[in-house]
Design a binder for this molecule. Structure first.
Ligand SMILES: *[C@@H]1O[C@H](CO)[C@@H](O)[C@H](O)[C@H]1NC(C)=O
Ligand SMILES: *[C@@H]1O[C@H](CO)[C@@H](O)[C@H](O)[C@H]1NC(C)=O
Ligand SMILES: [Zn+2]
Length: 476
């Protein structure tokens, strides 16, 4: 037994050295990102309405055609485009082997600090690419999709200075978009809204590895699950701060990602309560359900359906603070927003191939002991954010013999791991195994995703339409 372990360690160390020639440099080896030099000729620290926002995005994509691509994933109820700006040295094409990540702002229309910070983040990236090594590394190795506003209609009716309250929170039909996603734990009967449907379609087409959803009204990074298999205690009038946590099998990773945001923020990790009546969060992070459980949230959907690790980032105590405070919010969040995205380069990544080196699309993967699966893209790629340690990757694909591969993850760079599957005779009645994140009580109904449609209604042609959901391996 001991011999086996020694042998295994030696083997892993050996493989690690072989694979160490990562194309991704270490973010640790880079100088810290520099400060942003705002230029009010292009973008001021003021709130931008939908037309101003559209103008800024169009002008930026025209000025920086090699670093940006602007697309719309659909329209809000009132016909406003749901803009996404890709910022990357390869804006129009996925870089094979390199991760796509995203930020979504303003899902609650009356929480627009994130909306403005994302515009400045775009401006920061394009103006820093040639002068800042960190930004260059990030944009050369990552495609960053930035959606400043998921709820432009709600924003249009919200009021500057309104720190609390619900006016503008909802879409134009009165739906809370962060309660509008299919839910793993509870049936969600809310009718799907155009904004939500557009996002669902978007994330079914691009395999996002990491995501942040920006909110206001608190100062905390809140990680999945937001919902829980337990029923909420009836008759509870106040959302207490003592709800039970609902932890994912990737809890270590989610805590880490949340801490990266909180610790690089000017004050989030101090965990100071926004008001005396609101909770103080230890280290500025919390499990979503432990704060308060909710059904139909976006982050659980991203993670359970697509294996995309999304964290909810509450970045301002006041939901809609006065514009003169925006510059301060930028300064508080700049480093967090950048460092969080760089975490997509932690863990394991690679390809699943057949013996001829042809990529295998939609192979089912799972890290042993972490029963939320993920799938390969049409290029056979996979990514999984993991902290340093020893892991086993389980790989399955129709028509191939399943494989289990051991590997290590180190702090300094992602582990590159190619897995070759050998064809096997199809045995009648065997299917690719599927994973469920947690046992669901028998009596409890839950949403089963329907088969994805392969409509090629293309956001634009370079967004591959073949990268599809985990529905088959999660839900069988
Ligand atoms: C974009 O890249 C191309 C090819 O590398 C180059 O010729 C062109 O000058 C660049 N354009 C801008 C605006 O930087
Ligand atoms: C893994 O496979 C990809 C795709 O075929 C290839 O480009 C890459 O060089 C391989 N990496 C290693 C370490 O074998
Ligand atoms: Zn919110």
């Amino acid at each position: 037994m001991i011999l086996r372990i020694v042998f295994l360690s030696a083997f892993l160390l050996f493989s690690y050295h072989c694979l160490a020639q990562s194309t991704n440099e270490l973010d640790a080896a880079l100088p810290e990102p520099r400060a942003y030099i705002p230029d009010s000729q292009y973008l001021d620290f003021v709130y931008h309405d939908h037309d101003d926002l559209t103008r800024f995005l169009r002008a930026t994509s025209a000025r920086y055609p090699n670093l940006t691509a602007l697309y719309s994933i659909g329209k809000s109820i009132q016909g406003r485009d749901l803009w996404v700006m890709v910022v990357s040295s390869s804006p129009y094409e996925h870089m094979i082997g390199k991760p796509d990540v995203k930020y979504v702002g303003n899902i609650h229309g009356n929480e627009p600090v994130g909306r403005e910070l994302l515009l400045h983040l775009i401006q920061y990236f394009v103006t820093s690419y040639n002068t800042d090594q960190y930004v260059k590394w990030l944009l050369d190795n990552t495609r960053i999709h930035i959606m400043p506003s998921m709820n432009p209609d709600g924003y249009a009716v919200s009021k500057e200075g309104a720190c609390d309250g619900g006016q503008g929170r909802y879409n134009a039909r009165g739906f809370d978009l962060n309660r509008n996603f299919p839910d793993y734990f509870k049936q969600n009967n809310k009718r799907g809204q155009p904004e939500t449907d557009a996002v669902k379609d978007w994330i079914s087409k691009i395999q996002f590895v990491l995501s942040g959803s920006l909110h206001g009204g608190a100062l905390v990074a809140s990680y999945p699950y937001d919902n829980t298999p337990n029923s909420s205690p009836l008759g509870v009038v106040f959302q207490t701060y003592s709800a039970a946590p609902s932890l994912t099998p990737d809890d270590d990773v989610f805590k880490h990602l949340s801490l990266v945001y909180a610790k690089n923020h000017a004050k989030m990790s101090r965990g100071v309560a926004c008001k005396s009546a609101t909770p103080a969060f230890e280290n500025g992070i919390t499990n979503g359900a432990a704060w308060y459980p909710l059904t139909g949230g976006m982050q659980d959907y991203n993670y359970v359906w697509y294996g995309c690790m999304e964290v909810t980032l509450e970045i301002s105590c006041c939901k809609y603070p006065p514009a003169y405070e925006l510059k301060k919010y930028w300064e508080d969040n700049q480093l967090s927003m950048i460092k969080f995205l760089a975490e997509a380069h932690r863990g394991v990544q690679g390809f699943v191939l057949d013996p001829t080196g042809t990529p295998i699309e939609r192979a089912s993967l799972k890290i042993k002991g972490r029963d939320v699966g993920f799938q390969t893209t049409k290029h056979g790629e996979f990514w999984r954010i993991l902290l340093p340690g020893y892991y086993k990757l389980e790989v399955f694909a129709e028509g191939y013999a399943p494989r289990e591969v051991e590997f290590i993850v180190v702090e300094q760079h992602p582990t590159l791991l190619n897995v070759t599957l050998t064809p096997s005779k199809r045995v009648e009645g065997t299917t690719v195994p599927f994973y469920r994140p947690l046992p669901i009580p028998q009596q409890q109904q839950h949403y089963r995703p329907i088969s994805p449609t392969y409509s090629d209604s293309g956001i634009f042609s370079t967004i591959s339409s073949g990268l599809n959901s985990l529905y088959s391996n999660i839900f069988g």
